[in-house]
Design a protein around this ligand. Structure first.
Ligand code: SAH
Length: 348
């Protein structure tokens, strides 16, 4: 009966084993099906050619597979590709393929909308509708891998959780997706090529550190002075910088992996000497580097990118203090695919 069908990709390999045993099948069937689902990305039971026809039919009667589909593909003149990805319930998320000379990075979404309220981010204006499932996250990766092969003749090399949503507020599904992307029964990618970016939820950062996943962590810091951060990222009132710093110290102690701070410098917001000094002090507590990212204006003109002079003050001061700093230029701006611009505009 259709209504009783379960999404088979919600089952772990162990749960598949239990299922196959319950219908009198051998345990190894679970591994076969798991690999069809997560390594070979089968979207139909009929593709699972090492199962008998009757077993494929049984699976089809009891389960369903709900792949996402690309609703709209937009190409930027710098090579960036943005996919509007339609989920089975009609919700849309965006994911971005970012090509550089020697790599292709997939920027994937973890939630439909976002529950955080960063005042400079377009995604924050969409309310959080729901969390994505692990399968919906992995599907975005697979789509971008296929696009990378098709348009750039090479497979996907890196993944960043920097699309829509806060990955640490969809913790279980994000971790499950990362495991499926990295295990041999799944896509088999190196976890070192995955970066999870968070707005900074201290308890969840500690929990992530305990997972020992060998992924990289980025934190959207943008201000190291409490009053400034609370103004631009109001949710952070609940998570003081002291707690964030402690959680990052814990992260480093556990993983020995440096944290990347993402940082935008705005005119009149965080462009003063005391802002720079606060950042230096914060960075000295935690083994880290800083990525200064370009601000992508999102309509109302409330914020403006700081002057060259203010940017240089940041760069010079950080370098003088032996803190690694990179300046990241935006990609895909012409199609609203750059950081903070993902807001499902093309489908309104
Ligand atoms: N919620 C997570 C994942 C989203 S990553 C996080 O905040 O880290 C998206 C990145 O783009 C974050 O670093 C965010 O601070 C940044 N961003 C948001 N709005 C932006 C804008 N208008 N211009 C440039 N970067 C922006």
């Amino acid at each position: 009966m259709n209504t009783a069908k379960k999404d088979i990709r919600k089952l772990s390999q162990e749960e598949l084993e239990t299922y196959f045993n319950s219908i009198g099948e051998k345990t190894f069937r679970a591994k076969q099906v798991y690999e069809w689902l997560w390594k070979k990305n089968a979207h139909q039971f009929d593709d699972m050619t090492n199962l008998s026809k009757s077993l494929r039919e049984t699976l089809g009667e009891q389960f369903m597979i709900q792949p996402v589909e690309v609703d709209l593909l937009q190409k930027s003149n710098d090579g960036t590709i943005k996919n509007a990805v339609k989920l089975h319930d009609g919700n849309i998320v965006e994911s971005v393929l970012i090509p550089t000379d020697n790599r292709t990075t997939a920027c994937v979404s973890s939630q439909v909308g976002c529950s955080l309220d960063c005042t400079f981010c377009a995604t924050a204006r969409l309310k959080r509708m729901r969390n994505l499932t692990a399968a919906e996250i992995v599907d975005q990766v697979v789509i971008i891998d296929e696009e990378s092969k098709r348009y750039f003749n090479r497979p996907l090399s890196n993944i960043v959780f920097m699309g829509m949503g806060e990955p640490l507020l969809n913790y279980n599904e994000v971790i499950s997706a990362i495991k499926k992307i990295t295990t041999d029964e799944g896509l088999g990618m190196s976890p070192r090529r995955i970066t999870l970016s968070t707005s900074g939820i201290p308890k969840m950062i500690e929990k992530l550190a305990d997972e020992d996943l060998k992924i990289k962590l980025a934190v959207s810091l943008h201000a190291a002075r409490e009053e400034v951060r609370n103004l631009i990222m109001p949710f952070s009132v609940k998570f003081p910088l002291s707690e964030l710093a402690q959680s990052l110290e814990y992260w480093y102690a556990k993983t020995k992996s440096k944290v990347t701070f993402e940082y935008i410098v705005w005119n009149g917001i965080n462009d003063k000497k005391e802002d720079v000094e606060a950042l230096v002090k914060f960075c000295k507590r935690i083994p880290s580097k800083v990525n200064i990212i370009e601000y992508n204006a999102i309509d109302d003109g409330q914020y403006q990118q700081a002057s060259e002079k203010a940017m240089n003050l940041y760069i010079d001061t950080l370098e003088k203090n032996n803190i690694v700093v990179n300046v990241r230029r935006s990609r895909g701006k012409d199609i609203d695919a750059a950081c903070g611009q993902l807001a499902n505009k093309s489908i309104e």
